[in-house]
Write a protein that binds this ligand. Structure first.
Ligand SMILES: C[S@@+](CC[C@H](N)C(=O)[O-])C[C@H]1O[C@@H](n2cnc3c(N)ncnc32)[C@H](O)[C@@H]1O
Length: 278
């Protein structure tokens, strides 16, 4: 079969399950041939062995995310190894990183913790931006710890990012100036697309019955530890309950931010220092 015929066959296969069947068909063939997509156009009459391609197209047809099929995700300015058991990092998390970077710069912060490291996306990008930064990154699951370590090694950051298996920051007793987290925050009965719910880890998605339970626990834990800054991603409908929660708790300030689609997407809290009981 020629490249042109293979692409035409794959596009038909994917037309009901993918938003962009032609694009996905090209990406997967380019991945197999270890070429870029323009090669497919300039070599469209070349004959190829289609066995492996058929396998990958069948997986994609079944809604498996492209990133799991190829074992790689692009995020910010890096490429991360990903596999089932680890959340595929999302573009909106780049906004959280930029906000945290502003605070790190402004406050000269050198010690942070991340809760829920996943593939390592947040901690790795921040460590690459700030050569003096050290972080302790936790996760409650084994696969994210294993995958994050691979990615940390790839970017030669093992001296500055320490991974720890922990519930939230329970196992982090060192002095920390800022905590960053993109925790699971989806309500347990929320209907998600098949490519997400059938493949991505439940521990990375669902934050409890309502969804914001873990976020509230993180706010309580960071306050109890007298850490000054907390920056978190959250769900589009969680601003109101979290605002009410921190009003009750008492914090120095909370700023919510939106994602590029204009949805509420997260917050930065500055806590009052040295007074945990207000
Ligand atoms: C939404 S994913 C975020 C992954 C990564 N930081 C990112 O932004 O792509 C949430 C991560 O939190 C971890 N997690 C869930 N509950 C946790 C807990 N109680 N303590 C620590 N990590 C937890 C999950 O295993 C998952 O890796």
């Amino acid at each position: 079969m020629t490249i042109k015929e293979a692409l035409s066959w794959a596009r038909q296969e994917l037309k009901d399950s993918c938003e962009r069947p032609q694009y996905d068909a090209e990406l997967l063939l380019a991945y197999i041939l270890q070429q870029d997509r323009t090669y497919l156009i300039t070599h469209d009459n070349d004959t190829i062995d289609i066995k492996k391609y058929k396998e990958l197209i069948a997986r994609r047809k079944n809604n498996e995310p492209y990133e799991y099929i190829i074992g790689k995700a692009s995020f910010y300015d890096i490429h991360l190894h990903v596999e089932e058991g680890v959340l595929i990092p999302r573009p909106e998390t780049e906004i959280l990183i930029d906000l945290v970077a502003d605070i790190i710069k402004k406050e000269n912060i050198t010690r942070i913790a991340e809760i829920g490291v996943g593939s390592g996306a947040i901690s790795i990008v921040l460590a690459r931006k700030f050569p003096k930064l050290k972080s302790i990154a936790t996760d409650i699951c084994d696969t994210p710890i294993k995958v994050a370590q691979l990615n940390i090694n790839k970017y030669e950051l093992s001296e500055r990012i320490e991974l720890r298996k922990s519930n939230l920051i329970d196992e982090v007793s060192e002095p920390i100036e800022l905590v960053v987290s993109n925790p699971p925050y989806i309500a347990e009965d929320f209907l998600l697309a098949s490519n997400v719910v059938d493949y991505e880890p439940k521990e990375a998605l669902f934050g409890g019955r309502v969804g914001d339970e873990l976020l509230k626990q993180i706010i309580l834990d960071v306050k109890a530890r007298d850490i000054k800054w907390l920056a978190c991603e959250m769900g589009y409908d969680q601003k109101e309950p979290l605002q009410a929660f921190v009003n009750e708790l008492g914090v120095k300030s909370i700023q919510f931010y939106k994602d590029l689609a204009g949805h509420d997407r997260g917050f930065v809290i500055e806590f009052n220092q040295g007074n945990n009981n207000e």
